[in-house]
Ligand binder design. Sequence first.
Ligand code: PLP
Length: 422
Amino acid sequence: MRHFDFRNGEMYAEDVALSKIAAEVGTPVYVYSTATFERHYKVFSEVFSDVQALVAYSVKANSNIAVLATLAKMGCGADVVSGGELIRALSAGIPGSKIVFSGVGKTQNEMKLALDAGIRIFNVESLPELHALNDTAGSLGKKAPIAFRVNPDISAGGHEKISTGKAENKFGIAWDKAEEAYALAASLDHIDVKGVDVHIGSQIDSLDPFRRTIEKIGDLIGRLRKSGHNIQSFDIGGGLGIPYGNNEKIPPHPSEYGAMVKEATRGLDVELIFEPGRMVSGNSGVLLSKVIYAKETGTRNFLIIDAAMNDLIRPALYDAFHDIEPVKAPGADFEEKLYDVVGPVCETGDTFTKGRSLPPMSADDLLVFHTAGAYGAAQASQYNTRPLVPEVMVNGDVYEVIRERPSIEDILKTERIPDWLT
Ligand SMILES: *Cc1c(COP(=O)(O)O)cnc(C)c1O
């Protein structure tokens, strides 16, 4: 069932009318559904309930601490890519033992933070990083548990800006250097080799690249064990796509993905780790916005809305499609119009969609962008001095503001005019 749906002619998030949130919090605003987060986590984790597995939600997809706390309560772990995300996960109640640390540029300060928190594993992406981690762990008198993120040189087929598993990408240890890297790691005093890690991309709409990756890594695990490495875990990363409502291919359901993964890893005798981001948070949120002006130029119909590319950058960054719907259900007989939906930011790229067929809308009408719970608020900025977009979490018939909209004074407070100018 959909937790963002029409009721008495207007759209609700669970049991709360979006018009009520718009009136009380203002727009633009992200609105999340607790029930949807819970359902998506459950759908994914239950597939793997009969094997040894850790689901480590990819924090970067939606990093609000209320989201993390909602998932923590159900037993979810976290995949973090910075010290900041690590502190978020810990403060939301995710224990260090369920946190994995990914990313190509971990600093020694971040490593120290993670070692102090007793995280599950570091996904190491280069030899310089391995040496830095060995030094940091040594200075603390500890051993750092690691997996190498290996680059399997497999094309995942998604948008080039979110493809990570090809040899030319910056991620991971090159495929033909992996065994040397493990040999080096095993020789270091403060490194404990525990696993293998991959992450091949995002919004992947077919099982095939995942299957080929698992087969390749399965062979590697066999070779590593023959060389004496004690490989206990296999982190398959994230990347499973979700439907955005356009006519593109519908990605496999988590149950199909799960069946394939279990089949392909049977007999490997490893703990599986997963890092789903979009799959958990994407459909759990909408961006709620209001029409400022309907501007008709003779050739185009523009809906100029109060959300912009700084609030939701996916269309500008990846040509991403978001389903758009008015919050008030259109009457029985209306004629759809072709709209360009744009924001107020002074960039031509601040265009959410062109020539989209929508019910007629006018100033002050509310609309939503569906499937905005992942890579939405987390990528928002204050470009054009537009206050960082707030976030609201709905739970049944109640809601709370989980990130406030800063005032312009809040924004200016962090800036200074240097002494020599005053
Ligand atoms: C972004 C990322 C993920 C999550 O990807 P999704 O497509 O949102 O599932 C998982 N692991 C790593 C290392 C990432 O960088």
